[in-house]
Design a protein around this ligand. Structure first.
Ligand SMILES: Nc1nc2c(c(=O)[nH]1)N[C@H]1C(S)=C(S)[C@@H](COP(=O)(O)OP(=O)(O)OC[C@H]3O[C@@H](n4cnc5c(=O)[nH]c(N)nc54)[C@H](O)[C@@H]3O)O[C@H]1N2
Ligand SMILES: Nc1nc2c(c(=O)[nH]1)N[C@H]1C(S)=C(S)[C@@H](COP(=O)(O)OP(=O)(O)OC[C@H]3O[C@@H](n4cnc5c(=O)[nH]c(N)nc54)[C@H](O)[C@@H]3O)O[C@H]1N2
Ligand code: SF4
Ligand SMILES: [Mo]
Length: 756
């Protein structure tokens, strides 16, 4: 463990690590209490090269994640009456391996699916599932990215030539920052979000534009707030594109040099009736014109799209239209605009573009991930190729995916299921076995959300405290499963053990020979690295072995980016990573590198996504203004607030000072319903109903209501004074999804409210 030197021996030590509550993973320093486990104090780590000492209020309450009665301390096995009994680890590994192997032998490994691995955290340990999955012959997997980002990844593939061409906004340097369906004040998504957006808003030469039906905390700061009608973005974006192209605001010189098919795009937009589309978007046309002009005339513009469009109607189409805005204005591949970044190990974004299909529903598998909303139908069927077993890790799909009741039914129908988690979750309560993982502060951990540009950062964190008794880190769980499944033998590993004893250079030299001579061993790579290189890593850092592998691959594949950051070989980069407890910049790029990363041979952007043209044409006839009489409200089911962190924070105590569990609606709607702040109200959708507290908030548009995400969790001995909130996916339906990518419409659930 690496720590700041204490100034005197009685002074507790500040340990460098990171907050694991959102994708940004701000660097923090933590002081432990005398018990050596409780987080006594948490502060921003100024030495972290990405977050520079920044945190939001959530990091200060991390102890609620780490230490609490929700932590599991023994493997659990479900009994005949549905309750759980504790079993020892040897029994658990033996029975889980046997249970999964039985399904493999009877029906084929492809009928066992894998869900999760890592969400906002657990990325390094999540990588170790690879061996187990190969040993069982598993083929299908998914995770939360397939219910938000796969449509966007696919659009990137169409525009830039490969789904790995992931665009990132250069908010730090931009003259005009646009957040589309994104509330960076609470949800972050960029480093130091609050500081960065305040700087932009306070600078008279820069503009902050927020596109959101709600007057969010970000919108309150904005120079321009386009308060779009919920679900109205496609018309808004279509109108903006039409204005750009018809009012001489497009960067035509740039487009002639950099893009193909401008004529086709102009023909497609020719029939847009601006007055009508502005009305459907719910925004006066002159406001749309002003915002569009501001974007076009700004020195540079960067756009961040998120769940407000990705989990709403026309989501994949919206991603295409959004990207056209920064392309048409010449803001791709430039400073302050949008660029293609490096990645230290790919989280997703690669993989096929939808030619592979799921076995039953034949849904497109984008970026290697099954669309989440389709999975229950891959299980609840008599189809011979149906999914029959599940391995869930670091994820809570029964709670986080659409239609929780359907998910519970699907788990019941599985022949075998296992969950690896730090707590007994809603998903754990549906599984045959639950294996207790060590927390992200009890094992080596790193974030693989390496999405920054021009500098990109990686932070490997040593463990802060010893694993809670009874728990194991995932790399060890997978090692044991691999061995139990007979994936490889001691003899297979012997030459690598010998090389590791001689040091990293000898290991690097031997590695490719050994794997070349025994390709089967390569299939179980993470576990093989963990077993052979792990033992020569610093104590507690055994699972950094996979980082060694990634450092080699990164430098080999991105020699110039690594060299600009100061690294010319993999061992040199790995050495910097393992000796920098606050993180390192592993990659540095000039802006024009974006064009080299384009994957079309002519390095030009393809402006027209043919598969989405018909959907665009339907916008002329579709009417977003029409209300459903039975369900007159639009419910945003799952809004990010100051005390939400998906389901990583189970302890309701953590939000005692920030109670944010209520259903938000505006005064006008509350008065019409005759309910007061704090009253109970029944929310009814076509899928289900639930009762929530009311929070009157004039940040909402009339007819628009919102519930926070990640609530309604069970917690042992919870204080009954603190509202647990409601679980939003008791109300959502698997049918409400994007026709192309299968991503859910969680921000657009039709609902009715009834007084209780
Ligand atoms: N505090 C906190 N931060 C988090 C998380 C958390 O749980 N809590 N989770 C993290 C994760 S996993 C993610 S993916 C991100 C998500 O980050 P965001 O996408 O910012 O999160 P949301 O609040 O769900 O949705 C964003 C906004 O979409 C708006 N919206 C709703 N309907 C529409 C619409 O039709 N059009 C438009 N334009 N906007 C609409 C909502 O009003 C809301 O302000 O946050 C991350 N950060
Ligand atoms: N209705 C609605 N539903 C939504 C959303 C929405 O806006 N509306 N947002 C969606 C989005 S964007 C996302 S990203 C998903 C997130 O949903 P999931 O991907 O299911 O992730 P989390 O809810 O964060 O669950 C993480 C789990 O990991 C466990 N865990 C924590 N640390 C460790 C560890 O070190 N090891 C292991 N093995 N487990 C650990 C936690 O206890 C928790 O059970 O939710 C989605 N669900
Ligand atoms: S922005 Fe807040 S929640 Fe996200 S990592 Fe930083 S401190 Fe944690
Ligand atoms: Mo997410």
């Amino acid at each position: 463990m690496t720590d700041t030197a204490a100034t005197d021996s009685t002074e507790p030590i500040w340990h460098q690590t990171a907050c694991n509550l959102c994708s940004i993973n701000c660097g923090v320093e933590i002081k432990l209490a005398d018990d050596g486990r409780t987080f006594a104090r948490v502060r921003g780590d100024k030495a972290n090269p990405a977050s520079l000492g920044y945190t939001c209020e959530k990091a200060l309450r991390l102890d609620h994640y780490q230490n609490g009665p929700h932590r599991l301390t023994s493997p659990m096995r479900r009994t005949a009456d549905g309750s759980y009994e504790e079993i020892d680890w040897d029994t658990a590994i033996r029975e889980v391996a046997a249970g999964l192997a039985k399904v493999r032998d009877e029906h084929g490994g492809e009928t066992i699916f894998y869900y999760g691995g890592g969400g906002q955290g657990n990325h390094l340990p999540g990588g170790y599932s690879g061996g187990t999955r190969k040993a069982l012959g598993m083929k299908y997997s998914s995770n939360a990215l397939a219910q938000e980002k796969t449509g966007e990844f696919w659009v990137d593939g169409q525009l830039f030539g490969a789904m790995s061409c992931h665009t990132t906004p250069d908010m730090e340097h931009t003259a005009c920052a646009v957040f589309l369906g994104k509330n960076p004040w609470h949800s972050h998504g960029i480093p130091r979000a609050r500081t960065v957006i305040k700087e932009i808003a306070n600078d008279p030469d820069r503009t902050l534009i927020i596109i959101d039906p709600r007057v969010t905390e970000s919108a309150e700061l904005a120079d321009i707030h386009l308060q779009v009608r919920p679900g109205g973005d496609a018309w808004l974006l279509g109108a903006m594109l039409t204005i750009l192209l018809t009012e001489d605001l497009a960067d035509r010189g740039y487009l002639a040099e950099r893009a193909n098919r401008l004529d086709d795009l102009e023909a497609l937009l020719a029939d847009v009736d601006l007055d009508e589309w502005a009305d459907k978007a719910g925004i006066p046309l002159d406001e749309i014109r002003t915002a569009t002009r501001t974007i076009a005339e700004a020195e540079s513009c960067a756009i961040f799209e998120d769940l407000g469009i990705q989990m709403a109607p026309h989501s994949t189409l919206n991603s295409w239209l959004e990207k056209l805005i920064f392309i048409i204005t010449g803001n791709f591949g430039v400073k302050g605009g949008m660029n293609l970044h490096t990645a230290f190990g790919k989280l997703a974004g690669g993989g096929g573009g939808g030619t592979r299909l799921t076995p039953v529903g034949e849904h497109r598998i984008l970026s290697g991930l099954m669309p989440c909303n389709g999975i229950p139908d891959e299980i609840l069927t008599t189809h011979p190729d149906r999914l029959r077993a599940a391995f869930v890790e670091s994820s809570n799909p029964v709670h986080s995916l659409a239609d929780s009741p359907r998910w519970r039914e699907a788990f019941e129908a599985l022949e075998f299921s296992v969950v690896v988690d730090v707590a007994m979750t809603e998903t754990g309560l549906c599984a045959d076995y639950v294996l207790p993982a060590s927390s992200q502060y009890e094992k080596a951990e790193a974030t693989f959300f390496t999405l920054e540009f021009p500098e990109n950062y990686f932070h490997l964190r040593p463990p802060l405290v010893a694993p809670l008794e009874g728990t194991l880190p995932e790399p060890e769980i997978h090692r044991r499963l691999c061995r139990e499944l007979g994936a490889y033998s001691d003899d297979d590993l012997a030459p690598l053990h010998e090389a590791a004893a001689e040091g990293l250079d000898a290991y690097a030299a031997a590695f490719f020979d050994v794997i070349g001579a025994n390709p089967d061993l390569g299939k179980f790579l993470p576990s093989v690295l963990y077993e052979t290189l792990g033992p020569v890593m610093p104590e507690g850092m055994e699972s950094a072995a996979a980082v060694w592998g990634l450092a080699q691959t990164f430098v080999a594949g991105n020699a110039e980016s690594a060299a600009r950051a100061g690294y010319t070989d993999g061992n040199q980069l790995f050495d910097a990573i393992i000796t920098s407890p606050s993180g390192v910049a592993f990659s540095s790029d000039p802006y024009d590198v974006t064009w080299e990363r384009m994957r079309y041979e002519d390095k030009k952007i393809n402006l027209v996504v043919d598969e989405l043209v018909d959907e665009f044409r339907t916008l002329a006839d579709e009417d977003s203004r029409v209300k459903d009489d039975q369900f007159p409200f639009i419910l945003a089911a799952g809004e990010r607030r100051s005390s939400t962190a998906n389901t990583a924070m189970r302890d309701p105590e953590w939000r005692r000072k920030h109670p944010t569990t209520g259903l938000r609606l505006c005064t006008e709607d509350a008065e019409a319903l005759g309910v007061e702040d704090g009253a109970k109200i029944r929310i009814v959708t076509k899928r289900g109903e639930t009762v929530s507290n009311v929070e009157i908030s004039d940040s909402m548009r009339p007819g628009h209501i919102s519930l926070p995400n990640g609530q309604g969790l069970s917690y042992p001995d919870a204080d009954p004074e603190i509202d647990l909130g409601v679980s939003p996916n008791e109300l959502t339906s698997i049918e409400d999804r994007d026709w192309f990518a299968g991503t859910p419409h969680h921000k657009h659930v039709r609902a009715r409210l009834e007084r209780v």
